[in-house]
Design a binder for this molecule. Structure first.
Ligand code: 5RP
Length: 274
């Protein structure tokens, strides 16, 4: 009976993250300052979150960002994907030396719908980060909270199918309920090889609206549940246009051209985020 109860809990939280009506998700990633500091577009975190929160399904963020920038009433029913690993900064060459930095009790206290753990396959601290993932899964599953594994790419790793599929499958086998990875050629094979675990695609460094929208489109067409974009939204000159265009691709089966029309329609009223 307890197992059934836990399944209901996990499913309920998964449904808050990935919309059951189409099994898709637009996740907005604003967790970057945990190691990058005042990232462009996130310097005024309150304004960025207030501007973009209404247009995403789920906010990937950190304990400090929530505490400092979101008044209890502002979240409404919007689910949080809470980052629970860290302990490093861009000032240090080896980014993979991460530890668990937030407890599952804190995640429960913050009503997180899920928790996110970065895993650095092929890096100096590979085993440490995999055990971070399994430790957190062991705790989180006890409370019916899904864990999202972030396949962070070590500096010497190629973002190709071989590497990303290896990293993603290791995360699935560890028990992650959602995997966040990067788009690559033959991406549908990666999705197949980790099925039925949901896959969301990170946007990576800022590129351009057409490129980012093309990536979002190819990702969901290849079977990804959705995207978890950050910089390609909040660093664009037209962030509202970007998130609305991405939403149209993920949830409304728009083409890239149709999504770009939405982006351009928002351009006259656009304002950059700091
Ligand atoms: C940064 C992260 C972000 O959640 C992830 O990279 C998605 O953001 P972006 O689209 O900017 O890459 O883990 O630490």
């Amino acid at each position: 009976m307890v197992q059934a109860y836990l399944d209901v809990g996990i499913q309920s939280r998964m449904n808050r993250i990935i919309t059951p009506k189409d099994n898709r998700v637009v996740m907005l990633a604003v967790d970057h300052p945990y190691f990058q500091g005042p990232t462009t577009g996130l310097r005024n975190m309150s304004r960025t979150i207030q501007t973009l929160l209404p247009y995403c399904d789920c906010l990937m963020t950190t304990r400090g960002a929530v505490r400092s920038n979101i008044a209890p009433g502002d979240l409404g029913s919007k689910p949080i994907m809470l980052r629970v690993t860290g302990g490093n900064s861009v000032l240090f060459e080896e980014l993979s030396d991460e530890k668990l930095t937030v407890t599952i009790r804190e995640a429960i206290r913050m009503d997180a719908a899920g928790v996110a753990v970065s895993v650095y396959i092929g890096s100096a601290y590979q085993q440490q980060t995999i055990v971070n993932l399994t430790d957190m899964i062991n705790h989180a599953e006890e409370y019916g909270i899904p864990v999202l594994a972030v396949t962070a790419v070590g500096k010497n790793m190629a973002r190709d199918l071989r590497y990303l599929a290896l990293a993603s499958r290791i995360c699935q086998d560890a028990g992650a309920r959602i995997i966040k990875t990067y788009y690559c050629e033959e991406f549908s094979k990666l999705v197949d090889w980790v099925a039925p675990t949901a896959v969301v695609v990170a946007g990576g460094k800022y590129s351009s609206p057409p490129d980012a929208l093309q990536m979002a489109y190819h990702s969901v067409q290849a079977g990804a549940a959705g995207v978890d974009f950050g910089r390609n939204i909040f660093q664009d000159e037209n962030p509202l246009g970007m998130i609305k265009a991405i939403y149209a691709i993920v949830h409304e089966d728009h083409t890239v051209k149709e999504a770009l029309d939405i982006y351009h329609a928002c351009l006259p009223h656009a304002s950059k985020l700091d």
